[in-house]
Ligand binder design. Structure first.
Ligand code: NAP
Ligand code: MG
Length: 402
């Protein structure tokens, strides 16, 4: 069989630990035998980030702006323990945070539904897609430890030198403060990405913040969404028979649990981070969650929603067999390849991506799955595969299909 040709390279962002091992297996078993894979490779593994003082992360985001489509492996976000483990000169920022800040835009995460893996919430029949705002708030926060008594203020100096200030707190003793920001322009593109994605996928859009407590900050999000909706989207939503509604985050959480799914839940940056893990877990597994960052200029970065699966990696290093689920990482590749095919008008590439997704789902539904899924499936006659044999089973199904 002749390999499928590509015209524009994908931006390939390699990563860390167990997912780095899966990354190579996926390429070797499921991609390179079938595609003349064209990528521009960026090594976001922590060692190389350290060597380049994190410049490689910035370069990979700029390459995504240039080419339009990236696929990213999970990466370590350094904490104190990692600084020691990898002998880092600095606690480098989260690569995802850096990339999201450069690309702006919105992250959409949706579970991959498979027969035999039933959500923990019995009412959920359809996927709930989480739209996470990808810029600002606590992720761009500036923090200070307050060592002693004193006054903390919020000060804004405008370009003409006019100053406005607000007391944060009069400290009697040590404490902590944090300053964070967002941009109207970023919230506007977040809103538009969500409204467009809702129209594309014909799903209702929910949005929620804590505007009763945060009367200026969160209220600003609410107002911007409503203004853009009324001015640009209301008629389109009516025509498509879908709905936009705003509610308080507390109410949203309660409604989500009672819902049957099938809508997009737009969340501020932190809410989206936390809630997407909750939703993914409740649908079955973090390893069954797809994730795509869509920028307002129409750039796409596909990844898995889970981390580097450190615990499995240390077993792997000791020579033990692992059973790490590669589904979300495979879907990151298929998402990226399909989008590349759409943009470059290569139907064979789109077709391949869809077949690889189907082969992956068929493999699980036929009873071959990794341990995380085997522990929760309602299917009978299940074979628990290891990291490698699972990918080989998918390859068998894929080859039969091609
Ligand atoms: P994690 O890698 O998501 O793994 C947490 C646990 O979830 C695992 O120990 C495993 O449970 C289960 N799990 C997650 N993905 C799995 C998969 N594909 N197959 C099977 N089981 C899976 O989170 P973490 O251990 O808290 O974080 C590890 C590193 O990842 C951290 O350095 C963090 O900074 C980074 N991280 C990166 C991203 C990203 O790049 N997008 C996101 C989150 C975290 P069992 O051990 O019980 O089997
Ligand atoms: Mg998270």
């Amino acid at each position: 069989m002749e390999k499928i040709k590509m015209t524009t390279p994908l931006v390939e962002m390699d990563g860390d630990e167990m997912t780095r091992i899966l990354w190579k297996m996926i390429k070797d078993e499921l991609l390179i035998p079938f595609i003349d894979l064209k990528t521009e490779y960026y090594d976001l593994g922590l060692e190389y980030r350290e060597q380049t003082k994190d410049q490689v992360t910035i370069d990979s985001a700029l390459a995504t702006k240039k080419y339009g489509v990236a696929v990213k492996c999970a990466t370590i976000t350094p904490n104190a323990a990692r600084v020691k483990e990898y002998n880092l000169t600095e606690m480098w920022k989260s690569p995802n945070g850096t990339i999201r800040a450069i690309l702006d835009g919105t992250v959409f995460r949706a579970p991959i539904l498979v027969k035999g893996l039933d959500p923990y919430v019995p009412t959920w029949k359809k996927p709930i897609t989480i739209a996470r705002h990808a810029y600002g708030d606590v992720y761009r926060g500036v923090e200070m430890k307050i060592p002693t008594a004193g006054k903390a203020e919020l000060v804004f100096t405008d370009k003409d030198g006019n100053v406005s200030r607000e007391t944060i707190h009069e400290f009697d003793g040590p404490g902590i403060i944090q300053g964070m920001h967002n941009l109207d322009s970023s919230i506007e593109s977040f809103a538009r990405s969500c409204f467009n994605f809702a129209l594309d996928t014909k799903q209702d859009l929910w949005f929620a913040t804590k505007d009763t407590i945060s009367k200026k900050y969160d209220h600003n999000f609410k107002d911007i969404f409503q203004e853009i909706f009324d001015a640009e989207y209301k008629e389109k939503f009516d025509a498509a028979g879908i709905e936009y509604f705003y509610t308080l985050i507390d109410d949203a959480v309660a409604r989500v649990i009672r819902s049957e799914g099938g809508y997009i839940w737009a969340c501020k940056n932190y809410d989206g981070d936390v809630m997407s893990d909750m939703i993914a877990t409740a649908y079955g597994s973090l390893a069954m969650m797809t994730s795509v960052l869509v920028s307002p200029e129409g750039n796409y970065e596909y990844e898995a929603a889970h981390g580097t699966v450190q615990r499995h990696y240390y077993k792997h290093l000791k020579g033990e067999t692992t059973s790490t689920n590669s589904v979300a990482t495979i879907f990151a590749w298929t998402g990226a390849l399909n989008k590349r095919g759409e943009l470059d008008n290569i139907p064979a590439l789109c077709d391949f991506a869809k077949k690889l997704e189907k082969a992956t789902i068929d493999t699980i539904e036929s009873g071959h799955m990794t341990k995380d899924l085997a522990l929760m499936t309602s299917l009978e006659n299940v074979t628990t595969e290891n990291s490698e044999s699972f990918i080989k089973e998918i390859r068998k199904n894929l080859e039969a299909m091609l």
